[in-house]
Design a protein around this ligand. Structure first.
Ligand code: CO
Length: 299
């Protein structure tokens, strides 16, 4: 008779539970992988469907990962906190993942192009990594929506498909955001080119970038098109989409195009509401090998 058989039954059970708790399977409940989804931020209710759909797709693609969101805009974070629905910044999100036991983080930007906002995000993550050495084994940074030719082609196909009501011969005008300092101008031109390759009746301009509405109007004047659909080329159909693009005021793009004699129809869909666009973000989160805790990998 072994000693263990002489022990009271409850002690044997206790010993068994203790042994099980030491096994790796018991610790699998703690997420090792985490995802920090970073957007500029938005406080308008119209943005909710796009953000919810993005959140759902990321959770489906990384079922074992803890998921946190961060907004880079301080103004928007203050607004949301005052409303009782706070969203943290990058450091808050990384700290939340660390508290959940995450060791490998993927930071995925929801920026459209690597402009000023994306640089700020990258810097904020780096500074946080430096301030907490050893907290994570790896912190991967996912690239914004548009970088490679593959990105541009997949986004063009998805956006074109999303304007379902458009009949042959009708044009599609897309409003991008753009930045005054021009850091993303060339990416914008590359995207415009991908749209034209996919569909010759697609036209693009930006709110703040170097390609303006006037450039668009000049191009349209040379083309034989009577009906134009207008659609935002932004992740959420927020203020720019509802006012600057499709608003009733005389200076909105829709009003100005009507004044030029075009028949204008609107498709106020944020790109976050388009499955094919979300798939590019998820692919970028999956593909990244850019570990900010290490020296860059040399070829
Ligand atoms: Co803006």
């Amino acid at each position: 008779m072994s000693h263990i058989q002489r022990l009271p039954r409850f002690l044997v059970l206790l010993l068994a539970f203790w042994l099980v708790s030491l096994s790796p399977a018991a610790h699998a409940a703690e997420p090792r992988e985490g995802l920090l989804i970073v957007a500029f931020g938005t406080s308008v209710p119209e943005a909710v469907p796009a953000l919810k759909a993005l959140d759902a797709d990321f959770r489906a693609a990384f079922p074992d990962a803890a998921v946190e969101w961060a907004y880079t805009s301080q103004i928007i974070r203050k607004k949301l906190a005052a409303r009782g629905t706070p969203v943290g910044g990058i450091s808050d999100g990384l700290a939340a993942l660390a508290r959940k036991g995450v060791k490998v983080v993927r930071v995925q930007s929801l920026h459209v192009m690597a402009g000023e906002e994306f640089s700020a995000l990258e810097r904020a993550v780096l500074l946080d990594v430096k301030a907490h050495p050893g907290r994570f084994e790896a912190v991967y940074l996912g690239r914004p929506l548009l970088e490679s030719r593959q990105d541009a082609r997949e986004v063009a196909a998805a956006v074109l498909k999303s304007c379902g009501g458009r009949a042959p011969g009708e044009g599609l005008v897309l409003m991008g955001h753009g930045q005054a300092h021009g850091r993303a101008d060339l990416v914008f031109e590359g995207m415009r080119r991908a749209f034209v390759e996919a569909d010759g009746l697609t036209f693009m301009a930006s709110v703040e970038g170097s390609r303006t509405f006037e450039d668009l109007a000049r191009e349209l004047a040379t083309r034989n098109v009577k009906t134009l659909w207008v659609q935002p080329f932004m992740i959420v159909a927020g203020d720019h989409a509802r006012n600057d693009l499709a608003g009733e005021e005389a200076d909105s793009w829709a009003s100005r195009l009507r004044a030029q004699g075009f028949q204008v129809k609107t498709n106020l869909l944020g790109m976050g509401e388009i499955a094919g666009v979300r798939a590019v973000f998820v692919r970028h989160a999956r593909e990244t090998k850019d570990d900010l805790t290490r020296e860059p990998v040399k070829p």
